[in-house]
Write a protein that binds this ligand. Sequence first.
Ligand code: ZN
Length: 339
Amino acid sequence: MERVRDVSELPKAHLHLHFTGSMRPSTLLELADKYGVHLPAALTGGNPPKLRATDERGWFRFQRLYDIARSCLREPEDIQRLVREAAQEDLRDGSGWLEIQVDPTSYAPRLGGLIPALEVILDAVDSASRETGLGMRVLVAANRMKHPLDARTLARLAVRYADRGIVGFGLSNDERRGMARDFDRAFAIAREGGLLAAPHGGELTGPSSVRDCLDDLHARRIGHGVRAAEDPRLLKKLAERGVTCEVCPASNVALGVYEKPEDVPLRTLYDAGVPMALGADDPLLFGSRLAAQYEIARRHHGFTDAELAELARQSVRGSAAPGGVQEKLLAGIDEWISD
Ligand SMILES: [Zn+2]
């Protein structure tokens, strides 16, 4: 019988993890206690909350839980703790590179404004990286519920801080609101400033939202992108251009994008040659971290160890990690599979 390798020992890159969403549930309880924040039962139950984001009410509920959790991050030391623990959790799951996604606007009111908030976040990432040894970078994500001018401001700021660890620019929140092209100027600023374009698309809405990310925002990566599976021509395009989809299976099921883990079209994307980087999205709300996503590929989609190794390679190649880091991770993957 073939032995089963431990996916938490498979070196990989984690490219889809939101800031507050990366928090340990136990840390949320402690911080809520520290600030006297009353948490709804959905956040204290020990089990991930039941969410159904395929309608606007369900998405609103998800956002509300996220906002409550975020309201427990008030001081720089909370931010430092969050990032350090996210790095520790990632390392435990075999991550060798983490790109964490944040909209600093949401933290600005409590941290003295947009720029101070971003600096606190970047400092926290830098020290967590040095403390834990995990390579970490930041994607600044604009919120598509806000005005495109806000996104432009954010893009300019992200470019200005590129040498402090920002590697990409994203766009998150409800895909059903606004058009990707409303944000084309912001993305142009980001791209011209050397940042990777990585907007969310193809999660709550269909293939057309992925196509918009490609055509209007010149995305090099897509947050989620799974709904591209509904359009073979789009899959071909993604494969030809080598656009990596940051696929988050547990999140998709938790938010009701797909009914069951086996419904997430991992096989369809993989067989079409679309590069993927499995990610946890918001472990705080979805109840599972990075290695668990690879476990889903194995258990529910029959990915062999060789295929899991290939998924890990795709995550590394899709990352913004420097060449040396990528080589080391790829060598580690070869070692894992040849062991
Ligand atoms: Zn996301």
